[in-house]
Design a protein around this ligand. Structure first.
Ligand code: FES
Length: 868
């Protein structure tokens, strides 16, 4: 037996577990502590870290025998001030990194109860966080070190007096989601246990959505926030709201739930009024209880709702005016999911299953199975369908080893042409389809290359989503029905696409969202659901938990596409822009699985014995989609010509990454604005003001960011954009330091100002804005997918594809300009573009080097310097 203590409880395991990496031992029965995560298996991400006799250790490589007779602590067993401080500060987004961070911070605070910021950063250096939660993790720990409550780092400035109800115009139109699903009980229910159930088709991907939706519902119904439980995307159980994307969830699902809550409240108060003969206007609600003169019996929503809520919402009823808000816009809302993510099984990766499964991938998308040496003993389940190969076994670590053995026994052959360079080179640009924008919409009208006095071009490389937890899904096949749990952002479309691949009726496929690691767009969450389903079909009646490896994730996620942006401008005698041209070239950003797509856009479908090809890339032609998102500048130029250039022959699988084209376009626009300001001899902030006179709200955001940062003094740069030119307006000021010897760029401080309309949950909004900014810093300084000579993704882990670590993360301050009279606007992607432009401008301010190609690595800076 191997004996050790886990979180102060004795554990005894058979000797065969000796060589099993500790993380698998801990996560498997009989221990089943799911808080250490398998993120990389290579000591690179820290998600697996545990304390062994008080010292942090990577449980992904540590053999179980190494903890014999020792004390092991995981985040689940660390109910300490450190864990509480992180949870109370909502110091996370998706939460996948949180248990490892708790462990690393706990070790530090045990050693040094009052650590300096540098010591905190050092202790967290082995931990990766892909969501960009670094600043708030550090803030929470610094506050703890000082013995203070956490400094939120945010300020909210109300832009309209909340008593001004005249500034609260209500639109007559119903939210589109209610038009699609008008039944009230599809959105709001009052179960007998005293909760309010709110149903949404949107999903929690670390953005704090479920908390914000609960705030909206609690506010409108006048119930305590703790009473509201939000039921998230589950086919057949929640409204079909398509995909959670584009920072739209608060605008769509939030608007629907707000109006549905107003309906429920009105209906139940009318019921009370009729029952007691008390005028409706005399009634009030306090935490779900009906009060007022003449209400002499205990009456509450739950009692009244027993008669049913069987109505169809067919017109709009008045909602609570902003001056009456008690919850919306208030600080201090605790995320409902954070505690669980640090202490229990909260992710799809943690699901209990009878079989664990792993795919065995070909070397690339362009390879097919040539043969599999079946003389190799395969003790578990082996599934081969065309070139889709997977293994399964009741034991998770045995499954990992099995996958390695089968990979060694498989032979693959290359099919099709070798695409060579995947870059947007001259040949691809010349072959691109030009689609000039008219009123923001790409058209097939005539295009000719612009000729302007000032010209520059900018590029960004392929980027990875790089979720910290490799994709995972649970599936169970009963012969007639398929049940899936996965982290897909679109359970309803996925259901149809899975049904199509598997030859089933969509109604027989049930897909439920269960949180995964943060995804930031279209990653492997849909693909892994098909992988799980294919294995589950081979073992009917058994629950199968399919997980990708770190290498699978890096090599087969759909990549964020590269961009090439050419900008031109003419200035008049006063140095003002009179002509602006924007030509953006790129591959598709839109390849999510869709029921009406011509092809099947889930990875393994192309490898099956009867393959289903992916959809041929098509240009997205709606306003602000894909390549041309935020290609229209925020500025009021007299003559603006924007053209999208769509390249069909994508050599690599690309799809949606946070912000789609907005990051590349705004990086280019904001860089060029500084270049033009220099040419005009005007400071960059004044040059922007000169061209924002038509947009007082953008001007207010610009000024707020400058006020917060103390202006553009020293090595600072600014960037501003309104996401999709209609959602959150964000300005970002970035400060850099550039090492004279190594040419390494660092971002010590960053300031954000944002106008996202009505602020629902300030903390959640700030978390999103800051996360986007920190992720953009990582993209801009470090990230570019590497390819081999055949154009195949060469990066296999975090050493090959490094991302920002704690030691390099900026300190961030944020100010929110609240417009309570307006609708709430999506903000999760609002800062990626402005941060990118601000960073390039700060590098110029610091060095005089104009870096137009991302990432801004030391090599790039040296190259730019050499070309000057
Ligand atoms: Fe850190 Fe998501 S919150 S990886």
């Amino acid at each position: 037996m191997i004996r050790f203590r886990l979180n102060d409880r004795p554990v005894g395991l058979p000797a065969e577990a000796a060589e099993t990496p500790l993380v698998y031992t801990l996560r498997s029965p009989p221990v089943a502590d799911m808080t250490p995560k398998v993120g990389c298996g290579r000591e690179q991400c820290g998600a697996c870290r545990v304390l062994v006799d008080g010292v942090p250790a990577h449980a992904c490589t540590l053999p179980t025998s190494a903890v014999e007779d020792r004390h092991v602590k995981t985040a689940a067993g660390l109910d300490t001030p450190v864990r509480r401080a992180l949870i109370e500060a909502n110091a996370t987004q998706c939460g996948f990194c949180l248990p490892g961070i708790v462990v690393a911070a706990e070790a530090l605070f045990r050693q040094r109860p009052h650590p300096e910021p540098e010591a905190i950063a050092r202790a967290l250096e082995p931990q990766l966080c892909r969501c960009g939660s670094h600043p708030r993790v550090v803030r929470a720990l610094m506050a703890l070190a000082r013995g203070e409550s956490s400094d939120s780092g945010a300020m909210v400035r109300s832009q309209t007096p909340t008593g001004d109800d005249a500034a609260h115009p209500q639109t007559e139109a119903l939210p589109p989601a209610l038009v699609a699903t008008p039944s009230l009980v599809s959105w709001i229910r009052f179960p007998e246990d005293g909760r309010v159930l709110a149903f949404t088709g949107k999903v929690e991907i670390g953005q704090g959505l479920l908390t914000a939706l609960a705030v909206i519902v609690a506010e409108e119904l006048d119930v305590a926030l703790e009473r509201v439980s939000v039921v998230s995307a589950h086919t057949g159980h929640t409204p079909d709201e398509g995909v959670t994307a584009g920072s739209m969830s608060i605008e769509t699902s939030g608007a629907a739930l707000r109006q549905a809550s107003a309906w429920a409240r009105k209906l139940l108060l009318e019921r009370t009024s009729e029952r007691l003969g008390v005028p409706h206007r005399d009634l009030a609600v306090r935490n779900g209880e009906i009060t007022g003169p003449g209400v002499n019996e205990p009456l509450d929503y739950w009692t009244l709702a027993r008669e049913g809520l069987d109505v169809e919402i067919d017109h709009r009823v008045p909602e609570k005016p902003p001056h009456a808000y008690a919850l919306i816009g208030q600080e201090g809302h605790r995320r409902s999911d954070v505690l669980g993510k640090a202490t229990v099984a909260a992710f799809v990766h943690d699901a209990t299953a009878e079989l664990h499964a792993r795919p065995v991938r070909p070397p690339s998308l362009h390879h097919r199975l040539q043969g599999l040496d079946t003389t190799v003993a395969i003790p578990g389940v082996l599934i081969v369908d065309g070139s889709f190969v997977a293994v399964a076994d009741p034991d998770e670590y045995e499954t990992v080893r099995l996958a390695e053995r089968v990979a060694g026994a498989a032979r693959w052959r290359r099919v099709g042409d070798v695409p060579g360079t995947p870059r947007i080179d001259v040949a691809r640009r010349q072959a691109a389809e030009a689609l000039p924008l008219r009123d923001g919409v790409p058209t097939k009208s005539e295009w000719s290359p612009p000729v302007t006095q000032h010209r520059s071009h900018y590029t960004r490389p392929y980027l990875m989503h790089g979720s910290l937890g490799p994709s995972a899904a649970m599936a169970c096949w009963t012969g007639e029905r398929l049940y899936i749990e996965c982290a897909s952002q679109g359970v309803a479309p996925l259901r149809h696409v899975l049904a199509r691949v598997l030859g089933m009726d969509a109604a027989s496929v049930d897909v439920r969202h269960v949180p995964g690691a943060g995804c930031y767009g279209h990653n492997g969450a849909d693909d892994v659901a098909l992988d799980a389903a294919l294995v589950a079909r081979a073992v009917p009646g058994r629950k199968v938990l399919m997980k990708w490896s770190r290498e699978d994730e890096h090599r087969f996620e759909p990549l964020g596409p590269p961009m090439h942006v050419e900008l031109g401008a003419d200035l008049d005698a006063d140095g003002r822009v009179v002509t602006w041209t924007h030509d953006v070239y790129g591959f598709t950003h839109v390849a999510r699985p869709h029921p009406r797509a011509p092809g099947v856009d889930v990875l393994a479908a192309r490898w099956l014995e009867e393959p289903l090809a992916p959809s041929p890339p098509r240009p997205a032609l709606a306003p602000e989609v894909g390549i041309h998102r935020n290609a229209m500048p925020i500025y009021g130029f007299p003559d603006t010509r924007v053209t999208k250039h769509f390249i069909r022959d994508a050599p690599v699988r690309t799809s949606a990454l946070r912000g789609l084209g907005a990051q590349g376009n705004v990086f280019a626009i904001e860089s060029f604005m500084d270049e033009l300001a220099l040419a005009a001899g005007v400071p960059p902030d004044d040059f922007r003001r000169q061209h924002l006179g038509h947009d007082p709200r953008a001007l207010a955001v610009l000024d707020a960011a400058l006020e917060l940062s103390g202006g553009l003094n020293g090595p600072c740069g600014i960037g501003i954009a309104r996401y999709k030119n209609r959602q959150c307006c964000a300005a970002v000021v970035v400060e850099v330091s550039v090492d004279e010897d190594t040419a390494e760029v660092r971002v010590p401080r960053l300031w954000i100002a944002a106008d996202a309309g009505r602020v629902i949950d300030p903390d959640g909004l700030r978390n999103q804005l800051e996360g986007g900014a920190v992720q953009a810093v990582s993209w801009c300084l470090l990230e570019a997918v590497g390819f081999d000579a055949e154009g195949v993704v060469a990066d296999r882990d975090w050493d090959d594809y490094p991302i920002l670590r704690f030691g390099a993360a900026p300190e961030v301050r944020t100010i929110l300009l609240d417009h309570p009279q307006d609708e709430a606007l999506g903000a999760g992607e609002a800062t990626v573009g402005p941060t990118s432009g601000a960073l390039a401008n700060a590098v110029f301010a610091a060095t005089g080097l104009r870096v137009r190609d991302l990432p801004m690595t030391p090599e790039r800076l040296r190259r730019v310097a050499a070309e000057m």
